[in-house]
Design a protein around this ligand. Structure first.
Ligand code: GGG
Length: 356
């Protein structure tokens, strides 16, 4: 029996509703494949912030460090500034544990309709690889003359050769591993960002030379957004900076059906620190507390965690169970045009998992 210590941070809003679905799926997959997940729950997030002024304790990273992996639900609350919730929890974990590789797959499943005409099951299948520790999220800057007419904000992006090189290399490795189109698209804006993105482009060209078997293209981020709509089926691996990757992964989620299907990993490939897995979606306060949220993005994030923990067979079964539920269409979540609530969708996945 393989044993794993998993830290659960349900967080805010629907994060708390979709987390139990992932826990139940982990338990079921573990039973089937001889793995035990010892889950410890950390009730950090905006309630913790309202009570004590911090999104997580000062020693939060030290509490998380001994775990094999972290599952996170969502962060964000209408009564708390978004920069506080993000900078108080998610970003310190990503940076503190050097989780530099954020991978966000987007796949058009059978039973799910793309808002774009003419795309069938499997025709869109891409992964956005997002740099996760620097770039536009570096939080370097400040305010000058606050609340005066001359109020000024300065924000600096940070692009290092090491940071660009390691994420771009990861994207090429992934294109080889996926064994599909073997194509990497680099997202840039070097026409306007004449330093940071010029370095990015230069490093991309250098890394590409080491992967002659992988096809490449370089797209300005605006052209990439257009082409995600115009020819989404042409993409395989798409590598971008922290901000560009974040924006394009929402677009990728929507052209493959819904944000409710979009999982995400935050990986430290050296495995020195625990990696974190979370749905791309946020806390969705408009539907929170009503049992309506689609748990599939959370379940598919747990699937990515299983894969990271070298439980590939269990991960494949979870993906097969989700595919079956979507193809059957009997327990379709509301964001995909059905009427099934969180529990009904989770139950359907569990029952499909038993049958696979
Ligand atoms: N599922 C985690 C979550 O709540 N994400 C919302 C969010 O604002 N993420 C920002 C980011 O990934 O950059």
């Amino acid at each position: 029996m393989r044993e794993f210590d998993i830290a659960l941070i349900p967080g805010d809003g629907i994060g708390r509703e979709v987390m139990p679905a992932a826990e139940a799926v982990l338990e079921a997959a573990g039973r089937k494949y001889g793995a035990r997940f010892r889950c410890s729950r950390f009730d950090w997030g905006t309630d913790f912030y309202f009570a004590g002024g911090r999104m997580m304790p000062e020693d939060g990273l030290e509490q998380l460090r001994p775990h094999d992996a972290i599952l996170l639900g969502a962060v964000g609350h209408p009564q708390a500034p978004d920069n506080v919730t993000l900078n108080g929890l998610l970003l310190p974990i990503r940076r503190g544990f050097d989780q530099y590789a954020c991978e966000r797959p987007a796949k058009l499943y059978a039973g799910v309709e793309s808002p774009l005409k003419g795309y069938g099951a499997g025709s869109i299948d891409l992964v956005v690889v997002r740099e996760n520790t620097e770039g536009e999220y570096a939080q370097i800057g400040g305010f000058l003359y606050p609340d005066l007419p001359a109020e000024t904000a300065v924000q600096t992006s940070l692009f290092t050769r090491r940071g660009c090189e390691r994420i771009i290399r990861r994207a090429f490795d992934l294109a080889r591993k996926r064994g599909g189109k073997k194509r990497v698209a680099s997202i840039t804006k070097s026409n306007a960002q004449g330093y940071s993105m010029v370095l990015w482009d230069r490093v991309f060209a250098e890394v590409a030379e080491r992967f002659p078997d992988v096809e490449t293209e370089s797209l300005l981020v605006d052209a990439a957004a257009m082409n995600f709509v115009r020819r989404p089926d042409s993409f395989d691996v798409v590598v971008g900076s922290n901000l560009f990757g974040d924006i394009l992964s929402d677009l990728a989620a929507m052209v493959t059906g819904s944000m409710g299907l979009a999982p995400s990993s935050n990986i430290d490939p050296t495995r020195r620190c625990p990696s974190m897995f979370e749905p791309v979606h946020g806390s969705a306060p408009d539907i929170a507390g009503k049992g309506l949220a689609n748990p599939l993005a959370m379940i598919l994030s747990a699937r990515m965690m299983l894969d990271h923990l070298d439980l590939a067979a269990a991960a494949n079964d979870v993906e097969a169970a989700v595919s079956k539920v979507l193809a059957d269409g009997k327990a379709m979540p509301r964001d995909l045009g059905g009427s099934a609530g969180t529990q009904a969708v989770a139950d359907a996945v569990l029952s499909a998992l038993e049958q696979t």
